[in-house]
Design a protein around this ligand. Structure first.
Ligand code: PMP
Length: 430
């Protein structure tokens, strides 16, 4: 049972002492005090089905027994040193981590950090050092972080402050079906990318950043067939290709362990965060030995990167994904979810598009399917109603009219059905 201060006090203290930029979901906020696998509990013991996983972060399940044990065991032995000494957990984690990279790749050197923003900053630095070029290209509607560097990679005005950020970064239009400037014409988006390189950079670039399915931007999968052609264009301009797998990695798409594998490409640098640590502050940049070497020309250091407890947790997460069959589960349950959501789309005109892969799904709500006017208010009403019905999902997209469904990967078919039944009810009540 919960023995902390009353909910009203918790809310009041947060409002008084935390920075007001830290936003929250729901008109009547929820206080979450416990979690187990795909379920969350509030202070009164009410259970919620968690279909957002702390923003795609709790990959293997809340308080997963094996992850808890790994953290507890390591805490009793050694809580912290830094990489200036050797520790077996960090070395074992690096080895087991690199073993998960695609077999045909040369992605064999990892640098562990603490957040996705940090990982992308480091990737951008390595791309510049390796190529000797400065310009970086990212995609419109993408999200890569909030640091001064990665705010520049992010291409959603809602996340950008009116200060100098992301020096040397330009954007190419995102190859997206529903709201893209060229519909499904992959070659047109590749021409756009080449135009951006030719007109907004020196013609020689350091690198190209992309998510394979955009997360914050509203669960937008890049059109099939785009990445092989984009990688060719980027490499012809001297750049390296950087896949941001912060949301799409670790089996979530079901059809592959890494999101980029779905388009048959091999990046030169891959960044990860969120699901890699199941909620512990852990992120990574993996690259080739040649690119990694460029960082060794100066001192580089990160106090918490791959510290012993976090490394032990990271190892337990990798093992849980294998032992619990979570990639296969994402594939199976994701297929069920997709089928049920498509049926809801047939029934409810408000659902403009259902998209995604595995357990990374999105529904975009529109007031009119022809004009695609974002159904912002309706999205908010349904979002609040789902919470009342016991289902927590995510919201996103530039217009705030996209539901994001990205649960812990232990989500079951029964959970998918419960979510869809609740959604059906909420939509019918409108
Ligand atoms: N890249 C992607 C694709 C993300 O979704 C996020 C976080 N939403 C980040 C990078 C930044 O990660 P962090 O919040 O850990 O800095």
């Amino acid at each position: 049972p919960y023995d902390g201060p009353p909910k009203e006090e918790v809310i009041a203290m947060r409002q008084q002492f935390l920075n007001p930029a830290i936003f929250h979901f729901y008109k009547q906020p929820v206080l979450i005090t416990n979690g187990h696998m795909q379920y969350l509990y509030d202070e009164k013991g009410r259970r919620f089905l968690d279909a957002f996983a702390g923003i795609v972060t709790v990959s293997v399940g809340h308080s997963h027994p094996a992850v808890m044990k790994a953290a507890a065991d390591q805490l009793t032995k050694l809580q912290h040193t830094t990489t200036i000494y050797f520790n077996e957990q960090t070395s074992l984690y690096a080895k087991e981590f690199v073993e998960r990279m695609p077999k045909n790749s040369n992605l064999s050197r990892v640098y562990f950090v603490n957040s996705g923003s940090e990982a992308n900053d480091l990737a951008m630095l390595m791309a510049r050092l390796y190529t000797g070029n400065n310009n970086v290209v990212a995609l419109s509607n993408g999200y890569h972080g909030t640091s001064v560097g990665t705010m520049g990679l992010t291409a959603l005005h809602t996340w950008k402050y009116p200060v100098a950020h992301g020096e040397g970064i330009v954007h190419a239009p995102c190859p997206m079906s529903f709201r893209g400037t060229h519909g499904d014409d992959v070659d047109a988006y590749v021409r756009d990318l080449n135009n951006v390189i030719m007109t907004q950079t020196s013609g020689r670039i350091a690198g190209f950043f992309h998510e394979t399915i955009q997360g914050v931007g509203g669960g937008v999968p890049l059109l099939d067939g785009y990445l092989p052609k984009a990688y060719e264009a980027v490499r012809a301009a001297g750049g390296v290709c950087i896949a941001d797998e912060v949301q799409t990695g670790f089996g979530r798409t079901g059809t592959a362990y890494w999101g980029f594998e779905n388009q048959g490409v091999t990046p030169d640098i891959v960044t990860m965060a969120k699901g890699i640590g199941n909620g512990f502050p852990l992120a990574a940049v993996v690259t080739t030995p040649e690119i990694a070497q460029t960082l060794a020309q100066r001192l580089h250091f990160n106090t918490y990167g791959a510290q012993p407890v976090v490394s032990a947790v990271g190892r337990a997460v990798l093992k849980a994904i294998d032992d619990d069959g979570l990639q296969e589960n994402s594939l199976r349950v994701g297929a069920r979810l997709m089928q049920r959501l498509k049926t809801l789309q047939d029934k409810h005109d408000l659902i403009g598009e259902v998209r995604g892969k595995g357990l990374m799904m999105a529904l975009e709500l529109v007031t009119d399917r022809a004009t695609k006017v974002p159904a912002k208010e309706e999205t908010t009403v349904i979002f609040e109603r789902l919470k009342e019905l016991g289902v927590l999902i995510g919201k996103g997209g530039l217009h705030g009219n996209v539901f994001r469904i990205k649960p812990p990967m232990c989500f079951s078919e029964a959970d998918a059905d419960f979510l869809c039944d609740a959604l059906d009810l909420a939509l019918s009540e409108l």
